[in-house]
Design a protein around this ligand. Structure first.
Ligand code: C5P
Length: 247
């Protein structure tokens, strides 16, 4: 039985303000997707990779990853969908018959260390069907509701909302990727999620959320600061410093 990592790299990364997809943006000399693939491979617990790629770039990105000597794993590439959830589902359809554990990892977290990958896979192999890395939340987090009907459509600009709840910060976790799954559970979660996405036009932002919706338990292991997500130019600067420190 083998472990497959689905590396999601099909996002446009518009918030980064570059004219190329985020996964291809350079970090310390290499594109984000290559950093992520190298660290998955270095874990020693991943047997093959499927990369979800931006439209029209499956061949280019697939070759980039497959021909990298530090990756050295069988690599397949597929065009992603219009949402992250659809991209993961497309990757999952390419899983070979002998795959029993599936990791889903975002190229937007290029520095997620090999030790974190091993921790997630070990927890799945110990019997947890769904595993997420989580970090304590340092900010106090509020749940809000819009106070005027047009607030929800205004992504930027002055906020018109009010606080309805302050959850106990000690019970909150910021979750990262890679997330790890028993393959049949992830397949069922995506089938169920696709039905809801069609009916409610709501796509999940992570895969564990789809497992939760089935009413199944999701196990948390310690996350890692280095698995930070790159969304803004500032994140890229911080990741650049971390990558320098690493080498
Ligand atoms: O947009 P965001 O940063 O939340 O995306 C998280 C990850 O999902 C990124 O690695 C991105 O490339 C990937 N993604 C994808 N297909 C999409 C949207 C995002 O593979 N349609």
């Amino acid at each position: 039985m083998t472990t497959l990592a689905i590396l999601t790299a099909a996002g446009s990364g518009t918030r980064l303000g570059r004219d190329l997809p985020k996964a291809l943006v350079d970090l310390a000399g290499f594109p984000l997707v290559l950093h992520a693939a190298r660290r998955l491979a270095a874990s020693g617990v991943v047997d093959s990779l499927v990369v979800t790629c931006p439209p029209g770039l499956a061949v280019e990105v697939g070759e980039l990853v497959a021909h990298d000597p530090q990756v050295g794993l069988p690599v397949r590439a597929v065009e992603g969908g219009s949402t992250r959830q659809a991209s993961v589902a497309a990757g999952l359809r390419l899983a070979a018959a002998d795959v029993d554990v599936v990791l889903v990892h975002d190229a937007a977290r290029p520095l997620a260390p090999p030790g974190l990958v091993r921790r997630v896979v070990a927890a799945v192999r110990q019997g947890h069907a769904a595993v997420v890395p989580g970090l304590p939340v340092v900010d106090t987090v509020k749940r809000v509701v819009p106070t005027s009907p047009d607030t929800v459509t205004r992504a930027e600009g002055p906020l018109a909302e009010r606080v309805v709840e302050t959850p106990d910060r000690g019970l909150l976790r910021a979750v990262q990727t890679p997330q790890g799954f028993d393959r049949p559970v992830l397949v069922r979660a995506h089938e169920d999620g696709a039905r809801r996405a069609d009916a409610e036009h709501l796509a999940a932002t992570d895969d564990a959320g789809l497992v939760e919706a089935l009413g199944l338990p999701v196990h948390v292991v310690a996350g890692d600061d280095a698995a930070m997500k790159i969304t803004t130019e500032r994140d890229l600067l911080v990741a650049g410093l971390l990558a320098e420190e690493e080498s």
